[in-house]
Design a protein around this ligand. Structure first.
Ligand code: AGP
Length: 608
């Protein structure tokens, strides 16, 4: 969703801002703008098209003179995508320029008050109240005006602000919306995420809720929500810009699909000592685990699908009730959670608004919260009692692949670790499971080698307008993700169904030629799945089965088959999802879809 960049230094700002905005394009946006400041005032440029348009109209930024500036990509919430609604917004005198992420919930009452005082609004946005409030509270002190303004705001915001009277200063502040400060000896940067600034500095400071940062070219001071100067730690980003570039691939999605073996390896190997799992980074221990009588896993979209895998695996190894819940449902259903509940929150971005709200709800109820997050220093990571990071590196494609698979890898580690702590599974069996988990990256490589087979399969199916994915147990969990992958990037309708549930209504949709993907890697229920294959075949379906090597019976009953390497049933999801990611990619490619930035979608959903 919306993205912010900001720069103050000794070099021209515009080119840096435009580059930063390009790095944020993956988040999804419908308009964009920049403002550059100098002793001669502001120069503002906006577009309702791509960042490239801004680059063209400003001659790659050369027309905008000044070494302080802010930029924004907007994903419309209040007011349609338009030139006037695009950020930056200014007050009536053009003294302040503001870019904003988040939603100002009390903007209607603030706008009413400001209009009564003679202010004229030019946009339909909630954001525009901010520059007008700044003008109202400004009596020569930039920082004081910001402090008084944010005190009036309700809702969520990350703000970058320029003041015409103070052309060497950039002020940034945040509350429930991400904002990162990048520091160096002769320049300071801000951005919604690290990808926009890692090209310039790897030293970053994660701002806390309520912080206000005042930056010049060679200084930065952070004030906490009480207005006191505070020292926030500077962290070093461990990856470089190449990780956030396509590296020879046509799309980020294909690059990230291929990165999965390495991403999973990075996520698990650092937590395996001898033949055991060790989580040095969390406070959770055997004593605390013993106090839980249930586990709730809460997330959105693919992260929720990873949670469904986690539910099956944790229940099998820990014999404790596990619920997997959609965050937007959990947050409003007065969930039954208390101090005996472990709530596992899963989020690649760590900024998903519903997931963050669900986490806060769980905490209000007294539950212990453990988050599984990819983005270091993100809001969810910071708000949880414990965090386990998936070391997948930056994920740019909107459709998650390595984010999802590393979440599952961590859930396996967690289940194996907790089962050992609680003694709910045989130690020898846990050793074997861990050994098998370590073979998964190499097995994924073997599937990736067969991408051309999947490409051919996709070519044959581009004209399909609706299809089904069926499975049982862990196969059903993967079916959900396979269906979402196809929907979000190829815009083809599909449904994931628990195979045994088909006959309770949906089988009426099975007719001659209907494509049904049968997921049959979970061997314990392979014979049951075989009956479901026969059931849909006898009604005319074209069945393509994905199963473990050696499942000859399924091959006999299916129209086509794709084999994954053999593994323990529990680990099937990590292998079985790969062909579906590749298949979805090629269907989208053959249908001419925008694979990395599918329509209507944003990478990180920071509004409700
Ligand atoms: C998956 O491909 C989607 N982009 C989406 O479902 C995503 O998983 C969901 O929005 C949750 O995002 P998060 O992991 O960043 O919280």
């Amino acid at each position: 969703m919306c993205g912010i960049v900001g720069f103050v230094g000794k070099k021209p700002a515009a080119g840096l801002l435009l580059d930063g905005l390009e790095k944020l394009e993956y988040r999804g946006y419908d308009s964009a703008g920049i403002c550059v400041g100098s002793n001669n005032g502001f120069q503002i440029e906006k577009t309702t098209e791509r960042i490239q348009t801004l680059k063209n109209s400003t001659h790659n930024g050369e027309y905008l003179v000044g070494s302080v500036g802010i930029g924004h990509t907007r994903w419309a919430t209040h007011g349609a995508p338009s030139y006037y609604n695009a950020h930056p917004h200014t007050d009536m005198d053009g003294r302040f320029a503001v870019v904003h992420n988040g939603i100002i919930e009390n903007y209607l009452s603030l706008a009413k008050e400001l209009k009564r005082e003679g202010v004229t609004f030019v946009s339909e946005t909630d954001t525009e109240v901010i520059p007008h409030l700044l003008a109202k509270y400004y009596h020569g002190d930039f920082l004081e005006a910001v402090q008084k303004t944010v005190a009036r705001l309700e809702g969520s915001y990350a703000l970058a602000i320029l003041c015409r009277d103070d052309p060497d200063t950039l002020i940034a502040t945040r509350r429930f919306s991400p904002l990162i400060l990048g520091v160096s000896s002769d320049a300071n940067y801000i951005a919604s995420d690290v990808t926009a600034l890692v090209n310039h500095t790897k030293d970053v400071l994660y701002m806390e809720d309520g912080d206000i940062a005042v930056m010049t070219a060679d200084s930065h001071t952070v004030y906490d929500k009480l207005g006191q100067p505070v020292e926030r730690p500077i962290s070093r980003v461990t990856w470089d810009i190449a990780a956030a570039e396509k590296g020879g691939y046509d799309h980020f999605m294909m690059k990230e699909i291929n990165e999965q073996p390495k991403a999973i390896e990075q996520t698990i190997e650092c937590r395996i000592k001898e033949r055991h799992v060790e989580f040095d980074e969390i406070a959770l221990d055997r004593k605390k685990l013993e106090q839980f009588n249930k586990i709730q896993i809460v997330a959105c979209g693919s992260a929720y699908h990873a949670g469904v895998v986690g539910k099956y695996v944790i229940e099998e190894l820990l014999r404790i009730p596990v619920e997997a819940d959609i965050a937007s449902e959990y947050r409003y259903r007065d969930p039954l959670a208390d101090e005996h509940t472990l709530v596992i929150i899963i989020s690649q971005s760590g900024e998903t608004a519903d997931t963050l709200a669900a986490l806060q709800e769980a905490k209000r109820k007294g539950a212990y919260t453990l988050s599984i997050v990819n983005v270091v220093g993100s809001s969810i990571a910071k708000a949880s009692d414990d965090v386990l990071y998936t070391w997948a590196g930056p994920e740019i494609a909107v459709a998650t692949t390595k984010g999802y698979s590393t979440q599952i890898a961590l859930l396996y580690l967690f289940a194996i670790w907790a089962a050992r702590q609680l003694g709910t599974a045989d130690r020898h069996e846990l050793h074997q499971l861990l050994a098998e988990l370590r073979t998964i990256p190499e097995k994924i490589d073997r599937i990736l080698d067969q991408a051309d087979t999947l490409k051919e399969m996709a070519k044959r199916l581009t004209r399909t307008d609706s299809l089904f994915f069926i499975g049982r147990n862990l196969d059903y969990a993967v079916a959900m993700e396979a269906s979402l992958k196809l929907k979000e990037i190829s815009y083809i309708h599909s449904e994931a169904y628990a195979a045994g549930e088909l006959k309770h209504g949906t089988i009426s949709l099975i007719e001659k030629g209907r494509v049904v993907f049968a997921l049959s890697g979970y061997e314990k229920l392979a014979d049951k799945l075989l009956s479901n294959i026969k059931e849909v075949k006898s009604r005319g379906a074209t069945v393509i089965t994905v199963t473990q090597e050696g499942n000859m019976l399924a091959a006999k009953e299916s129209d086509d088959i794709f084999y994954i390497p053999r593994t323990h049933s529990l680990f099937v999801p990590l292998l079985e999802v790969i062909p579906f990611q590749i298949y979805a990619y090629y269907v989208a490619l053959f249908n001419g879809c925008d694979i990395d930035k599918p329509r209507n979608l944003a990478k990180s959903v920071t509004v409700e």
